[in-house]
Design a protein around this ligand. Structure first.
Ligand code: ADP
Length: 620
C-alpha cells in the first residue's frame, strides 16, 4: 500500500514537472514569436527610414553629371577643339562645382575613358589624363547613358559612389561626366542607430555599414572569377574582402531571416552587440543594385521570452501546487469519511454482535436456569426418594430384627407374668422380702424392655437430615446394642478397639448408626453357620479424618459381589433375606457426610469394609 502511494506521488510529480515544462516552453515559444513579430515590424520601419535617407542622399547628386552638358566649354573640351586655357577654365569650373556641391570629385572623360578635366586637377594625386576606361560606370554610361558604381578610388583609395552620365553633342556621345559622392556622412549618422544596418552591393560586399568593422566584408563566398574581375576593375582597390561570418538559421515570412554572426572583429567598437543572433531584414534600393539590410538583436526578445516562460512556469507550478493541495484535501476528506463510515460499520457490527450475544446469553441463562431448576427438582425428588429408600432400608432392618426383638420381649414378658404371680403369692404369705426382690427383678426387666423399644424407636425414627457433632464410639455402641440379641444368638464375638479419645465426626447420628448396623448385619450374615463368628472393629485416626474398619471372618466378597457391591438391588441372599439396598443406601449416606465407603477382601480371609469420615473441627 505505501509502495502504491509513493508510485502515485512520483507519477503526479512527474506530471506536474511535465506540465510546468510544457507551459514554460509554450510561453517561451509564444513570447519569441510575439517578440519576433514586434521586431519584424520595427525592423521594417527602420528599413524604410534608412532606405529613404540613402535614396535622398544619392538622388541629391544624380542630376549633377548631366548638368555639365549645359556648359559649352565642357562639350568643347570633350570634342577636343579647345586650347590649354579653355581646359584650365573647365578644370577650375569643375573644381568650383565640386566644392559647392560637396562631392568628392567631378570629372569628364572622352569616349576612350581618358580623364580630360577634373576638379582635383591641381592636386598631385590628380587623375587628370588617366585612363579609367576599365571602370564599369564608364562602360555603362557609354552603353546605357548612365552608370552607377560604388568603388574605391585608385589614387587615394577613397571609397565613393560614382554617378556617371554620357554627355552628347550634335555628333552623338562626346564623353562621360562623373561625380564621385562620399556616403561617409550618412554612414556617420548610422553610428547612433540602436542596431546594425549595412548596405551590400551587387557582389554581396558590404560597402556601407554602421559597424565599421563590417565594411568591405563579403556576405557570401567570392569565387576566383569574381575576384579576378575585382582585380581588373579595381572596384575595391585590392581590399581582402574577408567573409562577415553571417550564417542563416531560419527564414520567416516576408523574407525575414534568423541569422547568427559568429565572429566579433577585434577592431569593432559598438554600443550594441555585433555578434550573436539577429533578425535580418533586407530590401533592394531602387535605382541601385544594392541591398539595404537591418539587423535586430534577438537577445532582448530571448530575454523577454525567457522571463515570460519563467513566469508561465511559476504560474503553472503554483496551479499544480494548488491542484495538489485541493486534491490532497479532497483525498484526506474522502479518507476521513471512509474511515468514519468504516468505524460506524464496525460499531454497528459490534452492536449487532453484542445484541446477538446478549440474546444468546439470556437464552443460555434461561436454559441454565431451567436446567438448574430441573436439577434442583430432580435432586429434591431424588433426595425424597433417597429418604424413602433409607427409611425402607431401616424398616427392612427392623423387619429382620423383629423376630429377635419379639423373642427378646417375649422372654421378659413371660418372666414378668411368673414373677408378678409369685409376688402376689409371696405377699399373701407375708413374705415381704421375697416380694420386694421379685418386684425389683420386674422393674429391671421393664427397664430392659423399655431400652430395647427405645432403641428401636430411635432407629426407626426419620432422621432430621441435620448435621451435628457425633461421637463415633457412641454411635458404634448404639448399633451394637441394636444388634445385641442377634449377636448373642449367633454367639458372635465382637473385638473392638476404641481409641483413647472418642473421634467426633460432623454427620447425622441416626443415619451413621444405620450404616454401622448394616455393615455389622452383613458381617453376621456372611459368618452365619460359624460356631463362633468373630467380628473385628478397628480405628485409624489422622488429623482430619477417621477410618473405621469392620472386618469379618466369613467367605469374603465374590468377584461378582466385589464388582456390583454398591449397586441397588444387588444381593446374593435368598428372597426375603435381603433386598440388595443396604450397601447402596449406606454408600449414599456416607457420601452425604463428605466421606467414603468401600469394601474389599482381607488378605487373611474375610471381608473388610472401611468407612472414611472427615473429623469435626476441635474446640480446644
Ligand atoms: P443385602 O444384605 O440385602 O443383600 P447389601 O447391599 O447389604 O444387601 O449387600 C449386598 C451383597 O453384598 C450381599 O448380598 C452379599 O452378597 C454381599 N456382602 C455384603 N457384605 C458382605 C460381607 N461382609 N461378606 C461377604 N459378602 C458380603
Amino acid at each position: 500500500m505505501p509502495q502504491a502511494r509513493t508510485l502515485r506521488a512520483l507519477s503526479l510529480l512527474l506530471l506536474c514537472l511535465l506540465l510546468v515544462g510544457l507551459c514554460g516552453f509554450s510561453a517561451y515559444r509564444i513570447g519569441q514569436r510575439l517578440g519576433i513579430a514586434e521586431l519584424q515590424a520595427t525592423g521594417l520601419h527602420r528599413l524604410e527610414i534608412y532606405a529613404g535617407s540613402l535614396e535622398r542622399e544619392i538622388s541629391k547628386y544624380a542630376f549633377l553629371p548631366g548638368t555639365l552638358s549645359l556648359e559649352q566649354e565642357v562639350l568643347d573640351v570633350l570634342a577636343g577643339k579647345v586650347d590649354r586655357r579653355t581646359r584650365e577654365r573647365v578644370n577650375a569650373y569643375l573644381e568650383k562645382l565640386n566644392e559647392r556641391a560637396g562631392t568628392l570629385s567631378i570629372y569628364i572623360m572622352d569616349t576612350q575613358g581618358r580623364v580630360l578635366a577634373t576638379s582635383n586637377w591641381r592636386r598631385p594625386d590628380s587623375f587628370l589624363g588617366e585612363d579609367l576606361s576599365f571602370r564599369p560606370y564608364f562602360k555603362d554610361a557609354l552603353v546605357s547613358g548612365s552608370g552607377r558604381f560604388f568603388g574605391i578610388g585608385t589614387t587615394r583609395s577613397e571609397p565613393g559612389y560614382y554617378l556617371a552620365t554620357a554627355l552628347t553633342g550634335d555628333k552623338g556621345t562626346l564623353g562621360v561626366a562623373v561625380t564621385k559622392v562620399s556616403l561617409e556622412q550618412l554612414e556617420k549618422s548610422w553610428a547612433t542607430v540602436e542596431a546594425p544596418v549595412f548596405v551590400a552591393d551587387e557582389n554581396g560586399v558590404v560597402i556601407l555599414s554602421a559597424v565599421p568593422g563590417w565594411k568591405f566584408t563579403a556576405l557570401r563566398g567570392l569565387d576566383d572569377a569574381t575576384r579576378a574581375n575585382f582585380e581588373r576593375t579595381q572596384q575595391y582597390n585590392r581590399r581582402p574582402l574577408p567573409p562577415l561570418g553571417l550564417q542563416q538559421l531560419a527564414t520567416y515570412e516576408g523574407g525575414t531571416r534568423l541569422v547568427r554572426i559568429a565572429t566579433t572583429r577585434p577592431e569593432t567598437v559598438s554600443v550594441y552587440p555585433v555578434s550573436g543572433r539577429f533578425l535580418e531584414q533586407s530590401r533592394a534600393l531602387p535605382g541601385t543594385p544594392w541591398t539595404l539590410t537591418v539587423l535586430s538583436q534577438l537577445e532582448q526578445v530571448d530575454e523577454l521570452a525567457q522571463s515570460r516562460a519563467a513566469l508561465a512556469a511559476i504560474a503553472a507550478a503554483c496551479l499544480c501546487m494548488l491542484g495538489i493541495i485541493v486534491n490532497e484535501r479532497r483525498r484526506h476528506l474522502r479518507d476521513r469519511l471512509a474511515a468514519r463510515e468504516e468505524l460506524q460499520r464496525a460499531h454497528d457490527q459490534l452492536e449487532r454482535k453484542v445484541e446477538e450475544r446478549t440474546a444468546d446469553l439470556s437464552t443460555a441463562n434461561q436454559q441454565l436456569q431451567d436446567e438448574v431448576g430441573e436439577r434442583i427438582r430432580a435432586e429434591r425428588t431424588l433426595r425424597a426418594a433417597q429418604d424413602e429408600l433409607v427409611q425402607a432400608g431401616k424398616l427392612a432392618v427392623i423387619g429382620q430384627l423383629s423376630a429377635g426383638i419379639a423373642h427378646e420381649l417375649n422372654q421378659p414378658l413371660a418372666a414378668l407374668r411368673t414373677l408378678s404371680a409369685n409376688a402376689g403369692k409371696f405377699l399373701e404369705r407375708g413374705d415381704v422380702d421375697t416380694t420386694r426382690t421379685n418386684l425389683g427383678r420386674i422393674a429391671e426387666m421393664v427397664d430392659r424392655m423399655g431400652r430395647i423399644s427405645g432403641q428401636l424407636r430411635t432407629f426407626a425414627r426419620k432422621s432430621s437430615g441435620q448435621s451435628a457433632e457425633v461421637p463415633l464410639c457412641r454411635a458404634l455402641d448404639n448399633a451394637l446394642a441394636l444388634l445385641e440379641s442377634r449377636l448373642r444368638r449367633a454367639g458372635a464375638v465382637v473385638e473392638r478397639s476404641c481409641p483413647s479419645e472418642d473421634p467426633v465426626a460432623l454427620c447425622d447420628a441416626n443415619r451413621l448408626e444405620q450404616v454401622l448396623v448394616n455393615l455389622i448385619g452383613n458381617a453376621l450374615d456372611a459368618m452365619a453357620g460359624q460356631p463362633q463368628p468373630r467380628l473385628e472393629v478397628g480405628w485409624e485416626c489422622s488429623e482430619t479424618q477417621v477410618r473405621l474398619h469392620v472386618r469379618d471372618h466369613g467367605p469374603g466378597l465374590s468377584d461378582e459381589a466385589a464388582a456390583h457391591l454398591f449397586e441397588p438391588f444387588f444381593t446374593t441372599k435368598a428372597a426375603g433375606d435381603g433386598l440388595g439396598l443396604g450397601l447402596a443406601i449406606s454408600a449414599g449416606i456416607v457420601r452425604d457426610f463428605g466421606g467414603h465407603l468401600h469394601g474389599a477382601n482381607h488378605p487373611d480371609g474375610g471381608a473388610v469394609f472401611t468407612l472414611e469420615l472427615p473429623l469435626a473441627a476441635r474446640h480446644d
